[in-house]
Design a protein around this ligand. Structure first.
Ligand code: MN
Length: 226
């Protein structure tokens, strides 16, 4: 079979202690998964989980300090620090009890957002793609292989100043529940990624600022906006 043209290489992420890399297939994101963040976005905190997606080329390997471009067509570029679950086995209509069997490992990630475009879409009842789904909008650190990750502190600093600080134990829908829910709608496959939502304290970053995102027990990431 000959292809009309070659596609860009599959984006990949680093794995703790391995030279092999994790190939990224699809990126699912949970919306408003911490009550305090749902409130700061002007929404009630008692909704079932909902999801949006980013393209695979949103993924940026942040195993070492990296920079991402300030994206076009926004004046309000926001950080959202999130626990990332990387899928390593098929999850098809998985129960909550079985869902974590499908997780290869965990990492720290940023769901970078053109907030002005997202909110405009939200108010008009339109999809969020232009606000959420763009290249290099998901810097993700090295993946730590493990089926589960304990509740732990999650934080984000901009130029050394703490902006977000919470615990993953405050997620409204934990990783197992979110994956079980999502796998009823779509078969999740190795290479898929779940970004599990951000706590309160989201805000804007500008060119020249450096974000430091961390979750206890996982490799921290440092991402500069260019
Ligand atoms: Mn998010």
């Amino acid at each position: 079979m000959s292809l009309l043209f070659d596609l860009p290489a599959t984006p990949t992420l680093s794995i703790d202690g391995k030279t092999e890399r994790f190939p990224v297939r699809r990126i699912y994101c949970v919306g408003r998964n911490y009550a305090a963040h749902a409130r700061e976005m002007g929404r009630d905190d008692k909704e079932p989980p909902f999801f949006f997606m980013k393209p695979a080329d949103a993924a940026v390997d942040a195993n070492v300090a990296v920079s991402i471009p300030y994206p076009p067509m926004t004046n309000n570029f926001h950080y959202e620090v999130e626990l990332v679950a990387a899928i390593g086995a098929t999850l098809d209509n998985a129960s909550v009890e079985a869902a974590l069997d499908g997780v290869f490992g965990y990492a720290v990630g940023l769901d970078m957002t053109r907030r002005d475009l997202q909110l405009e879409a939200r108010e008009k009842g339109r999809p969020w793609e232009l606000g959420k789904s763009f290249s290099k909008s998901a810097p993700i650190g090295s993946i730590k292989p493990s089926h589960s990750h304990p509740d732990s502190q999650i934080r984000l600093e901009v130029n050394g100043e703490v902006r977000q600080k919470s615990t993953t134990g405050l997620m409204l829908w934990n990783v197992a529940e979110a994956l079980s829910f999502l796998s009823k709608y779509e078969v999740l496959l190795p290479g898929d990624i779940l970004m599990t939502g951000t706590p309160e304290g989201v805000g804007a970053v500008n060119p020249g600022e450096v974000m430091h995102a961390s979750i206890e027990g996982l490799a921290a990431i440092e991402v500069e906006v260019k």
